[in-house]
Design a protein around this ligand. Structure first.
Ligand code: IPM
Ligand code: MG
Length: 360
């Protein structure tokens, strides 16, 4: 198979972790007889430095011309980087939001499961961890507060800021359908997370999700308020299969879910539209404080590449090989600093990439 991948290395640790994911993809391509062609695409601060804006139209076309996009991370230190002196719509994050919208990537899948080997890095007590957990956050990605109208005005000498949270029923229906479809292939349970005791958008969310659920009688649906969900994630994460939620709630809950896996450096993600096309990126950020030191954990990016093989290219065997290689390296006791524990061998970003690539 010939796979065309757009590569967005981005900022901070982005170039280091993408380099390792590419190494692993190339090893899988070599072993299974595929060709991969990469096109480098600038986004975020890297694009601001060259073009003055975080995402150019030609960068969007380059992504559209590929079969899938593999991304590292974008953004810098919000209090010290000159990128954050720019107006909000020209900062690094604006590029990512524009790309998600332009490519209609409405479904963001963020799986969080606990490797037995990483139990020591999990901040939860053993009796809470139990047999571990394996959940999938399905986050709506192109609506809600992220894309609603916003402005800051001065009224009678007082500054006032507005952000709008809107969802129409179609936006809710399409992500709900994806959520139920994914649940059918897993443990057949959807927890729809909202704030229906307060907001209208959540009440509509709940109503539409209930309608969609009727088409999936084999899947159990439960509703949970977002504040309770935040609590349940650290009280009994094993209760969850698919968590279906709107954009901002999903952003927050997925960081929480990543932490209980041991490190945000372990959590991959896939952002999908109605086609096979997808954008794959680690859930974590650009970690500017450790950038360029070859110490970041590349596993989330490598696992995102595995998701790409599975969802965009239907290469299940290859995706399994990558995931098993990660598992093997962890079982053999290799750890980057963020997941290091006693008795293990500490390795750098590039060593971790080499070890995984060698085990494909
Ligand atoms: C994420 C990130 C982004 C988001 C930022 C960088 C805009 O936190 O992918 O979770 O909020 O969606
Ligand atoms: Mg986030």
């Amino acid at each position: 198979m010939n796979c065309k991948i757009a590569l967005i290395s981005g900022d901070g640790i982005g170039p280091e972790i993408v380099r390792e994911a590419k190494k692993v993809l190339d090893a899988a391509a070599k072993k299974y007889g595929h060709t991969i062609t990469y096109t480098d695409v600038l986004m975020g601060g890297a694009s601001i430095d060259v073009h003055g804006i975080p995402l150019t139209d030609s960068a969007i076309s380059d992504c559209q011309a590929a079969d899938a996009v593999l991304m590292g991370s974008i953004g810098g230190n919000t209090s010290t980087s000159p990128w954050y002196q720019l107006p909000a719509d020209r900062r690094p994050e604006a590029g990512l939001l524009k790309l998600r919208k332009s490519l209609r990537l409405f479904a963001n899948l963020r799986p969080a499961s606990l490797y037995q080997e990483l139990k020591a890095a999990c901040p939860l007590r053993n009796e809470i961890i139990g047999d571990g957990f394996d959940l999938m956050i399905m986050r709506e990605l192109t609506g809600g507060l992220y894309f609603g109208e916003r402005k800051t005005v001065e009224e009678n000498g007082i500054l006032k800021a507005y952000d709008t949270l809107t969802y129409d029923e179609n936006e809710i229906r399409r992500i709900a359908k994806k959520g139920f479809e994914i649940a059918q292939k897993r443990r057949k349970k959807v927890t729809s997370v909202d704030k229906a005791n307060v907001s209208d958008s959540s009440r509509l969310w709940r109503k539409v999700v209930e309608e969609v659920a009727k088409d999936y009688p084999d899947v159990l649906l439960e509703h949970m308020l977002v504040d309770n969900c935040a609590m349940q994630l650290v009280k009994d994460p094993g209760q969850f299969d698919v968590i279906l939620t709107e954009n901002m709630f999903g952003d927050i809950l997925s960081d929480e879910a990543s932490m209980i896996t041991g490190s945000i450096g372990m959590l991959p993600s896939a952002s999908l539209n109605d086609t096979k096309f997808g954008l794959y990126e680690p859930s974590g950020g650009s970690a500017p404080d450790i950038a360029g030191q070859n110490i970041a954990n590349p596993i989330a990016t490598i696992l995102s590449a595995a998701m790409m093989l599975r969802f965009s290219f239907d290469l299940d065997q290859e995706a399994d090989a990558v995931e098993q290689a990660v598992q093997k390296v962890l079982t053999e006791g290799y750890r980057t600093g963020d997941i290091m524990s006693e008795g293990c061998t500490k390795v750098s970003t590039s060593e971790m990439g080499d070890l995984i690539a060698e085990r494909i």
